[in-house]
Design a protein around this ligand. Sequence first.
Ligand SMILES: [Zn+2]
Length: 284
Amino acid sequence: MQQLTSHVYVETEIRGCNPGIVFTDEGSVFVDTAQWISKLLEMRGFALSRGPIRALINTESHIDHIFGNHWFAGECPVIGHENLEKTFWKIPAAFNQTTYDYSVDIIRRQDPEALHLMPSEKDYILNKPNVTFSDRLFFKLGDHDFRLYYTPGHSDANISVFVPQERTVFVGDTVFSQCQIWLHTANFDDLFRSLRFLGTLDVDYIVPGHGPVVGKAALHQQEAFLHEWISAVAYGVAKGWDEEECVQRISFADRCPVDIGQAEEMEYIQTHNVRVVYNYLMNN
Ligand SMILES: [Zn+2]
């Protein structure tokens, strides 16, 4: 785990999202839960050794951000966007597995010593957010402010968590840092709006959903990369390529790796990113 500021810790070197902890003088707040049971319990234990866990915030509904919610059941309120409910604990149909089986398979491969800690399907508690909001939600805990903003685009349930005292914002998958971007549920107009909005926050640290912590320049880099994706597919459309030909000919696989431990998803990412961009161009 990396200590980012005097009160913020993040884990950016495990498979799945970058979970974080913000410590206040009245307890801690978790942002997202790891998809790796031993790391998750290590983080949870670290937080509890310093006081109560007072809230868990999910920045989106994708499995890599909510898998560990089970281990916070009964511990604290869970906060998320109101749209998160309909996609919570759902994985792409192309994965051809139930979410539970998919999760067990991941634990078996990446964290086998913790497999015995995975509950049976009937005992696994989804622990969905019980505090939801539509546009923004602000609260104070001890000496810290938490400002939660709706920042859709990666999905329709993405939020960002701004902690002004730490000059830090957790932006979830609105930013992918030094790794492949997943656009399979993207809305580009929303994503561009959210990136511009995040640029108005007075921060030093942006905790992305995946990859190392970055500064505000990363917002422009992400925007530029999205434009590259759109341009590449627009070029194909201008050449007369249909969707399948675009899928065959366009790839950004050589640009950067997939986030840790997910190299096998490269083809899925490239294929679905092309399809989503193609349909965006055709419907706008
Ligand atoms: Zn993610």
